[in-house]
Design a protein around this ligand. Structure first.
Ligand code: NAD
Ligand code: MN
Length: 481
């Protein structure tokens, strides 16, 4: 799109990535064929087929769970915790050494800007290995009981919005606490998980400790419903989360769910407008809005509404949308045709229900899946765009007059993953954040992540925490706390 400044193209080279025409499953330390029908994974920015990837059947999942069980019983469970920690440190270092390769591959498979995969996804993934690695031999001092014990085999299913980072959130705490894993990546973004499998081999991780089984929903269902899985961890849609909760109910399995969100980003009239606008942009347009904790509902105090919206539109007009491999790109491609269709449908509903849609001028690339950054004003709490997760670059603006009204509107959602507050007054920030029913609340910032800090939701955003010491507890027996 055109913007105030023209920038020369600054593409990252894709030659660092060695794409193979086809990929298998990673089971018991080996790459093997899957018995299901393979699927193609695309570059959503160009619709180019990147590779064909195996689909794991029930049989393949069973093989993976048996490998994980063997590794748990014979090797990983009995191993000295300090040695488990060494493997995790080694994996983290390899992620750092191969960071550029991971970043380019993530951008190709997912469509996110290289700036984000390079500066956020990959370094954070390494950090999410480093943090639990440090705890591995100190678990009895983590406030999680005198002799914490692992659960066994974890079955983990992850989404496509942060493929490598969600893998790290799942795999690292499981391994650090002595569990083994079978992980299923999302069907549109399996490639960095398979590169991670190579890293596991490079790190000499014992076979069976990490198993990666690719495929779509059926493969995910096989993983979570396998009887020899002790722990299920899922990140994705509320709908699938519900079906998993039903499938796991009445079994011995422990469950943690990280589902969607509809976060309120609350801007008070004393907030510094320029900083708030940067935070609003980061809140909703980071990662094309494919973020479960995105600040998708802007609650702005009525007296500064016009000023904030005008300034926001000016800022959005300078965002560069296009080639994800270009280092100057702010917004990349929408991850899939399905997701693009869901975004379009909800945006149409927003217009039909009477909200006012605004998008900047400019052209989108001709091929691939794209959506312009979009702002709806005149949104009422009853509108679907104020209630449903769009999971795209679409912001709904609502107003409030008093702090009480801000809190009431912010909490008026079936979700409760995150929220943001913008004000110059510290006492106000403390008073408001205390009343917000959300797992993470940011003050004068948004979408900041740190492996030492627990992350998770209230209500239909799910249960259980990831990150921090709390994230380790999700992989430990509860009986000796
Ligand atoms: P999804 O929940 O269908 O997919 C997430 C993962 O679950 C994928 O790996 C998928 O293969 C797997 N899966 C699908 N059905 C399954 C089943 N029955 N049992 C086990 N695993 C199963 O999400 P989606 O269709 O990719 O996206 C739909 C919507 O979900 C999005 O529009 C967004 O609102 C939300 N979403 C939220 C997050 C999040 O981070 N919380 C991530 C992705 C999508
Ligand atoms: Mn892809």
């Amino acid at each position: 799109m055109t913007s105030v400044f023209e920038y020369a193209p600054a593409p990252e080279s894709r030659s660092i990535v060695d794409l193979r025409p086809s990929y298998g499953l990673f089971v018991d330390g080996e790459f093997t064929d899957g018995t299901g029908t393979p699927r193609k994974t695309l570059n959503p920015a160009t619709e180019e087929v990147l590779a064909e990837v195996a689909t794991g059947s029930d049989e393949d999942v069973d093989r993976a769970v048996r490998a994980a069980r063997r590794a748990f019983t014979r090797v990983w469970g009995p191993m000295r915790p300090a040695d488990r920690g060494k493997y995790l440190f080694r994996i983290a270092r390899l992620l750092q050494e191969r960071a550029r390769e991971f970043a380019v591959l993530e951008t190709l498979d997912n469509g996110k800007p290289i700036r984000d995969s390079r500066d956020v996804d990959v370094p954070l993934a390494a950090a999410h290995f480093l943090y639990p690695a440090g705890w591995a031999d100190k678990l009895e001092h983590a406030g999680l009981g005198p002799a914490p014990r692992p659960l066994g085999v974890a079955g983990q299913v992850i989404p496509w919005n942060f493929p490598l980072l969600m893998l790290a959130w799942k795999v690292a705490p499981a391994l650090a606490t002595g569990n083994t894993v079978v992980l299923k990546p999302a069907e549109t973004t399996p490639l960095t998980a398979l590169l991670f499998a190579e890293v596991c081999r490079q790190a000499d991780l014992p076979p069976g400790v990490v198993n990666i089984v690719t495929g779509a929903g059926d493969t995910g269902r096989a993983v979570i419903s396998h009887p020899d899985v002790d722990k299920v961890a899922f990140t994705g849609s509320t709908e699938v989360g519900r079906s998993i909760a039903r499938a796991v109910a009445g079994t011995h399995k422990r469950l943690s769910l990280e589902l969607g969100g509809k976060a309120a980003n609350i801007v008070f009239d004393d907030a510094p407008v320029d900083q708030a606008v940067e935070g609003i942009v980061r809140g909703i347009f980071f990662n094309q809005g494919h973020v479960c904790c995105a600040g998708s509902r802007l609650l702005v105090q009525e007296s500064v509404h016009d000023e904030v919206v005008a300034s926001l539109r000016r800022r959005i007009g300078t965002l560069r949308v296009g080639d994800p491999l270009d280092k100057n790109t702010d917004l990349g491609a929408i991850n899939s045709a399905d997701q693009l269709a869901r975004i379009r449908e909800l945006v149409d509903v927003g217009e039909a229900e009477g909200a006012c849609r605004w998008q900047p001028d400019g052209e989108l690339p001709g091929r691939g899946y794209w959506f312009k950054p979009t702002v709806f004003t005149g949104v009422s709490p009853a509108h679907r765009i104020a209630r449903d997760e769009v999971f795209g670059p679409v912001l709904s603006v609502l107003t409030f007059r008093t702090p009480d009204e801000a809190v009431a509107k912010a909490n008026n959602t079936t979700y409760g993953l995150s929220a943001g507050v913008w004000s110059e007054k510290g006492s106000r920030i403390l008073a408001i954040t205390d009343r917000l029913r959300a797992g993470v609340v940011w003050a004068n910032t948004f979408n900041e992540f740190d492996p030492t800090s627990p992350f998770g939701g209230y209500k239909q955003s799910g249960y259980g925490r990831e990150g921090g010491r709390q994230g380790l507890a999700a992989y430990l027996q509860e009986d000796n706390r």
